[in-house]
Write a protein that binds this ligand. Structure first.
Ligand SMILES: [Fe+2]
Ligand SMILES: [Fe+2]
Length: 173
């Protein structure tokens, strides 16, 4: 695997870990009634906004995807990735407004969690698609090109080097 891919693959692992943990909590709530603190839902929301959308997606769209096109990956695949990023952004916006309504006791927790589950399922399939169908077609690139992509990551989203828990203000991964 090109070293230009490694940071993003690592981020896929972090995102997957946070989403799987949250999915487990939601399932325990539905099956056993185990409480989910609002603070944790807010944490996942901030994680989605700051780490996934403002950092991970930006690095993909500004640095990796242009390199993939240069490397021969079809435009259609790239368009699918960008379109799915927009879908994630829409789901997260909806989740944010539901969390606000839930804090004001205007919607039920189930309504919030349905949207959270939608986000989890959609984002996990997106990551799976990138890993197996799109990024895997990115072959060897020259050392200089890989370095250039790594520098691009740092320039568009420097905060991504920060520990994820610090970045989204704690709440427990
Ligand atoms: Fe993506
Ligand atoms: Fe990704």
């Amino acid at each position: 695997m090109s070293k230009a891919l490694r940071p993003l693959m690592r981020e896929h692992e972090v995102i997957t870990q946070v989403l799987r943990d949250f999915e487990g909590r939601i399932e325990r709530f539905w099956k056993e009634g185990e409480e989910i603190p609002l603070k944790h839902i807010e944490y996942v929301l901030r994680f989605s906004e700051e780490y996934v959308i403002k950092s991970h997606f930006v690095k993909e769209e500004h640095c990796l995807l242009p390199a993939l096109v240069k490397g021969g990956v079809g435009r259609d695949s790239i368009n699918v990735v960008v379109k799915e990023h927009k879908s994630v952004e829409r789901i997260v916006r909806r989740m944010k407004s539901l969390v606000r309504l839930y804090s004001d006791r205007k919607v039920s927790l189930d309504e919030v969690l349905d949207t959270c589950m939608e986000l989890i399922e959609f984002l996990l399939q997106h990551i799976y698609k990138e890993d197996t169908l799109i990024f895997s077609h990115y072959g060897d690139v020259s050392e200089e090109e890989a370095e250039e992509i790594l520098r691009c990551y740092d320039s568009v989203a420097p905060s991504s080097n920060v520990d994820v828990r610090e970045m989204v203000g704690g709440g427990g991964v």
